[in-house]
Design a protein around this ligand. Structure first.
Ligand code: ZN
Length: 234
């Protein structure tokens, strides 16, 4: 960052103070999306220490082949991560998503989780949902991860169809059924011979990631790992 830029940013921070998305306290100049004390208190899973076998990989076992899966934090509607995830999804804050991507990547880097990953594919939104929300939060998470790891992000290879019923209205089995055939692989050659890291905001049953992987499996010699910001407590 240039000196001029730094002064400008400090000035902007004074005029338009930024606030922590969890506790609402004012953010320091170096902080993004969450303050230092909220960052320390996030309920981390530490699954990166056992990335090839943990409560998240178990969700996919026997269904789709994955090499590693990690969720950064435990998610339930009553813990601090919920406010963060709602802010990313519903309060028009792609900058928070990008910042959380950077925070996750910085913390996971030393575990070797990103070693041998060739490209990142964020779970796509349907065109209609993208229009409503203005941005794809998973894509911004992916861009934050890419900023730290320099792994390229591929957004055009996989597309999501629009469907009418809201996922949250449905039970487990219905949800799973509903996401089948929801994605369309548009460019298999962009993914073939690569180890793909699929990125999403929340993993609940794993159904969305499974549907993405089932569709992408058509690409030849493709391998998969998964990273999400949160894993819903079961
Ligand atoms: Zn805070």
């Amino acid at each position: 960052m240039t000196k001029k830029n730094t002064i400008w940013n400090r000035l902007l921070d004074t005029i338009l103070p930024r606030h922590c998305s969890i506790c609402d306290s004012r953010l320091g100049f170096d902080e993004k999306a969450i303050c230092g004390s909220c960052a320390t208190r996030l309920p981390r899973t530490h699954y990166e220490l056992t990335a090839d076998y943990n409560p998240m990989t178990v969700l996919f076992q026997g269904i789709v082949p994955i090499e590693k899966a990690v969720a950064f934090v435990h998610f339930n509607p009553h813990n601090a991560s919920a406010r963060l995830i709602y802010a990313i999804k519903y309060y028009r804050h792609p900058d928070y998503a990008m910042a959380m991507g950077e925070i996750m990547a910085k913390e996971l880097l030393s575990s070797g989780f990103f070693n041998n990953i060739d490209a990142i594919v964020p779970v796509p939104l349907s065109r209609r949902r993208l229009h409503q929300r203005g941005y794809n939060q998973s894509e911004y998470l992916a861009r934050g991860v890419s900023k730290i790891t320099s792994i390229p992000v591929i957004t055009k290879a996989l597309r999501r169809k629009h469907f009418l019923q809201s996922q949250t209205m449905l039970g487990h089995t219905e949800r799973q059924k509903n996401v089948e055939n929801m994605f369309v692989l548009r460019d298999a050659s962009a993914l073939s011979d690569r180890h793909i890291l699929l990125i999403d905001d929340i993993c609940t049953t794993g159904a969305t990631a499974m549907a993405c992987i089932q569709e992408m499996q058509v690409a030849k010699n493709i391998r998969f790992s998964i990273l999400t910001l949160g894993l819903t407590d079961h």
